[in-house]
Design a protein around this ligand. Structure first.
Ligand code: ADP
Length: 255
């Protein structure tokens, strides 16, 4: 299968006047086209650092990263990044927020604008194009933030705890909703989360990291026997509890 991302023996440490903090040690894994990986691990183990290394914000001390078969420096791959907070600008309408990335990357054309409108219609925000972010619920805002990322047509989508600022019920709905949008659009994605249920309901594979410096402690493929593999169907499937316990034990083996 075509590989979007390949990490081989990645190491990264932070250097401060107080000393060195190793954050990543010998991380190797790959991601196939259309695959959805969730990364879980104890707080402060190095999950966000790993995403920063993948998107090129930080350079690894050792190891190699290939994106779409090319080394990081030569790569022209478009990486989308979605964060905890939606970062929508109140002084712009939802439509103008959604096209912000297109503007910044000089990709704003009649065609890309049309696509932005289509995605807003398709994912239930068509009537809110001219609204301000404060007029939308937290879940709708997060959906708008995802559309802003998707309209750039990213080859790889990085999601860093994107639902954790939402209350529990909204979080469930939005997590399921956004997971399905990503599947439908056929994106390759990496989700960092501390919520095991979220990881199990959305991903094809869960990578469990050890405590800092993060190493890969275990990789668990998620296989569900379902006619319609949706996040909600997964939550109600018997395999869900088995995977939850398995990952929970792995995380506690860490402590
Ligand atoms: P996680 O996302 O798993 O909570 P992070 O990747 O944010 O963890 O951080 C991993 C470790 O690196 C933490 O112990 C943190 O204290 C340290 N760290 C993160 N950013 C910096 C920084 N800019 N300078 C020094 N240490 C940092």
């Amino acid at each position: 299968m075509e590989q979007v991302l390949e990490l081989r023996h990645i190491y990264y440490s932070y250097h401060t006047p107080e000393g060195e903090t190793p954050a990543l040690a010998d991380i190797s894994f790959s991601l196939s086209k259309g695959e959805f990986i969730a990364i879980v691990g104890p707080s402060g183990c190095g999950k966000s650092t790993l995403l920063s290394v993948i998107c090129g914000l930080l350079s690894p001390e050792k190891g190699l990263i290939r994106i779409n078969g090319k080394y990081m420096r030569e790569s022209t791959t478009n990486i989308g990044y979605m964060l905890q907070h939606d970062e929508l600008f109140e002084w712009r309408t939802i439509f103008n927020n959604v096209i912000l990335g297109l503007e910044v990357q000089h990709m704003l054309t009649a065609k890309t604008k049309e696509k932005a409108g289509e995605l807003l219609d398709l994912y239930g925000l068509g009537n809110f194009k001219n609204s301000r972010p404060s007029e939308l619920s937290g879940g709708m805002r997060q959906r708008a933030a995802l559309i802003r990322t998707l309209v750039l047509d990213p080859d790889l989508l990085l999601l860093d705890e994107p639902f954790s600022a939402l209350d529990y019920q909204t979080r469930l709905q939005v997590g399921d909703d956004i997971g399905q949008i990503i599947r439908k659009e056929g994106n390759s994605a990496i989700l960092v989360t501390h919520d095991l249920s979220e990881a199990i309901s959305l991903a094809d594979r869960v990578i469990v990291l050890s405590g800092r410096p993060a190493t890969i402690q275990q990789t668990i493929p998620l296989i569900f026997d379902l006619d319609r593999d949706t996040p909600l169907a997964r939550r109600n499937a018997p395999e869900f509890k088995t995977y939850f316990n398995l990952i929970w034990e792995e995380l506690n083996a860490n402590v």
